[in-house]
Design a protein around this ligand. Structure first.
Ligand code: FES
Length: 273
């Protein structure tokens, strides 16, 4: 419930990218006021304004960190973006700590006419690290698709890929499928083929994991009736046939038969594939 809120599901918009504009803008404003105090030392309240912009920046950064942490925890442990996200989070924590120190240093300098060297340097380093961290945040969204479209999904997304080997008969039992609840998905890999398994109306459906448009992860998409919607650009596919019912994708998905043999649910691979 709380996690759903932090991921922006009630708002249908992710919270973290919405909130980060506040600290970024406030830290920049603080630096601009510092620089203005160097140009116009006689202008009143520049350093006081800078201090409060920075203080508000730290408070809003801590607020933005909470949904950011919620987004971080749902990145698959086997996803290459996890490392980038860890670096992004670590840099942000360092930035907040630097601004905390900066506030401590400048709290005794209210009477000064212009900014002192140490707090100015701390601000410059803070902005530099924030820029690197912002770049990494952009890569997480635009290159890796992290948090994109996940706010539309009501059920949890699979945290890791389960690995299996093909069998002589083509039937690969997937015991974890039986634990799926309605509209939940699993992601499995069988000798290089990555497959999503979904439970819909108590039936299992298996289809290729990667969207035919730009390879969005369909096991993290929304299930609506018999359709799966890609989290990246909203292509929809019929999970029964793999047919595209809404673009931008133009190519149908590959689907797989799901059978129950000897009480075990499993995927039947086409032996030619
Ligand atoms: S990657 Fe799926 S719609 Fe673009």
């Amino acid at each position: 419930m709380v996690k759903n809120f932090l991921q922006g599901k009630p708002l249908r918009h992710p919270l973290h990218p919405m909130l980060v504009h506040f600290p970024i803008g406030l830290f920049l404003l603080s630096l601009l006021l510092d620089l203005a105090s160097l140009v116009r030392p006689s202008a009143p309240n520049l350093l006081t304004g800078s201090f409060y912009a920075m203080l508000t920046g730290v408070i809003t950064a801590l607020l933005a960190a909470v949904p950011g942490l919620a987004d971080y925890t749902v990145i698959r442990s086997d996803h290459p973006a996890k490392r980038t996200a860890t670096l992004h989070m670590t840099l942000n924590l360092i930035v907040v700590a630097l601004y905390g120190i900066n506030l401590g240093v400048r709290s005794s300098l209210f009477a000064a006419q212009k900014i002192a060297l140490v707090p100015l340097l701390l601000s410059l380093v803070g902005i530099a690290l924030l820029s690197v961290s912002g770049y990494l945040g952009g890569r997480l969204v635009y290159d890796e698709g992290i948090a994109v479209g996940r706010h539309k999904r009501r059920t949890p997304t699979p945290e890791r890929t389960l690995h299996f080997s093909a069998t002589e008969s083509g039937f690969v039992p997937v015991p974890e499928a039986e634990d799926l609840r309605e509209k939940e998905t699993l992601r499995i890999e069988i000798d290089g083929q990555v497959i999503a398994i979904a439970r819909i109306d108590n039936q299992f459906f298996a289809f290729q994991e990667f969207c035919t448009h730009r390879f969005g992860p369909l096991s993290e998409g929304c299930l609506d009736g018999s359709y799966v919607q890609c989290p990246w650009h909203n292509s929809r596919f019929d999970v029964r046939s793999g047919k595209v019912v809404q673009g931008p994708a133009k190519v149908d998905l590959k689907t797989y038969k799901v059978e129950t043999r000897d009480g075990k649910v499993g995927v039947l691979l086409d032996k030619r594939s």
